[in-house]
Design a protein around this ligand. Structure first.
Ligand SMILES: [Zn+2]
Length: 281
C-alpha cells in the first residue's frame, strides 16, 4: 500500500469536505487502514481544508500513536470501533454536513424509500443515539448500527461513513448530504412519494447485478432490535411502484374514509359555498 498517496488522498478529501461546507473550523476527521493493524489518521485541532500530508498520524488499532508530530483525532475512539467491528472497512470519514446534521438534530433518520440510487448503495441511513463527542459513549452508540450500515447520522452531532477505500467512504458522505437536501425539499413541498416495498426488493437485487457491496440486506419492515439489516420505510404497494402521500408506517393500514383529505382551490371552495347559500334561499 502506497502510504504517501494515501496521505495525499486524505489532504484532498479534507479540502473537498471543507470547500463543500461539510466541516467548519477544525471539525471532522478521516482515517484509512495502511496495514491490517495500522491506521493513518487526521490529527487533532487542524482545519481539514488546510492540511498537509506530513500532518497525519500513524496509530495501531488500540489507538497508540506510532508516528507523527501531532496527536491523532479527538474522535479516534469512534474510528477504532468501526475498524474493530468491520474488518472489511478500509476507510472512515466523519463530518457535520449541515442538512444531514439538521436531520440528526431533529431526530429524523434518513430511512424512507425515496431515491433508488440511495437504496442500491447505502440502503437506509439510521440515526445513532446521542453521545458525548470524543468519549467512549460515541463508539457505543455507533456499534449498534455499524455492522449493517455504511453510513449513519449521529444525533445532535453529524454523520459517519465507511468504505472499501477513502474515496468510497467520502462519496457516501456526499450521498448522505445530497439525500438530506432532496428529502428536505420534498418535505417542504409537502409531499414525499415513497417507493413501494416490492420495488425496493427489485432495487436490492440490482446490488448484486452491479457488484455493490452492502454490509447487510434491506428489510422493508419494522425495525429490528439489534439492527442486523437495513430497515427502510417502504409501504406495501398494489403493483404501482410509487405510493403517494405516505407519511409514515402508522398510516399504512388506514383506508380512505371519513378522515380522507380532499384539496380544493380557493375558487372551488368559494363556488361550493355560493352554491350552498343559493340552495338555502
Ligand atoms: Zn464531529
Amino acid at each position: 500500500m502506497n502510504v504517501e498517496s494515501l496521505r495525499a488522498d486524505i489532504v484532498e478529501i479534507g479540502r473537498r469536505m471543507y470547500a463543500r461546507g461539510y466541516t467548519a473550523s477544525n471539525d471532522g476527521n478521516i482515517s484509512v487502514r495502511i496495514s491490517p493493524d495500522r491506521l493513518l489518521m487526521t490529527p487533532k485541532s487542524v482545519c481539514k481544508g488546510f492540511m498537509t500530508p506530513d500532518m497525519m498520524c500513524v496509530t495501531d488499532l488500540d489507538g497508540r500513536k506510532l508516528q507523527g508530530d501531532r496527536d491523532p483525532s479527538s474522535e479516534m475512539l469512534m474510528h477504532l470501533e468501526v475498524y474493530r467491528q468491520r474488518p472489511d472497512v478500509q476507510a472512515v470519514v466523519h463530518a457535520h454536513p449541515p442538512t444531514a446534521t439538521g436531520f440528526a438534530v431533529a431526530g429524523i433518520p434518513l430511512d424512507r424509500a425515496v431515491l433508488a440510487e440511495v437504496l442500491t448503495t447505502l440502503g437506509s441511513i439510521p440515526l445513532a443515539e446521542y453521545a458525548t463527542p470524543s468519549t467512549v459513549e460515541l463508539p457505543e452508540a455507533v456499534r449498534k448500527y455499524i455492522k449493517a450500515h455504511d453510513g449513519m447520522l449521529l444525533a445532535n452531532h453529524g454523520a459517519l461513513t465507511v468504505g472499501g477505500d477513502l474515496y468510497s467512504a467520502y462519496y457516501k458522505m456526499e450521498t448522505i448530504e445530497h439525500f438530506a437536501k432532496i428529502s428536505l425539499v420534498a418535505r417542504t413541498l409537502g409531499r414525499e412519494n415513497l417507493i413501494s416495498r416490492e420495488e425496493v426488493m427489485r432495487l436490492q437485487e440490482l446490488r448484486g447485478t452491479y457488484g455493490i457491496k452492502a454490509p447487510a440486506p434491506i428489510c422493508a419492515d419494522e425495525p429490528v432490535e439489534d439492527a442486523t439489516c437495513q430497515t427502510v420505510q417502504a409501504p406495501e404497494g398494489d403493483g404501482a411502484r410509487l405510493i403517494p402521500d405516505v407519511i409514515g408506517p402508522s398510516r399504512r393500514a388506514e383506508q380512505p374514509g371519513d378522515e380522507a383529505e380532499i384539496r380544493l382551490t380557493y375558487r372551488q371552495l368559494s363556488a361550493l359555498i355560493e352554491d350552498a347559500i343559493r340552495n338555502l334561499r
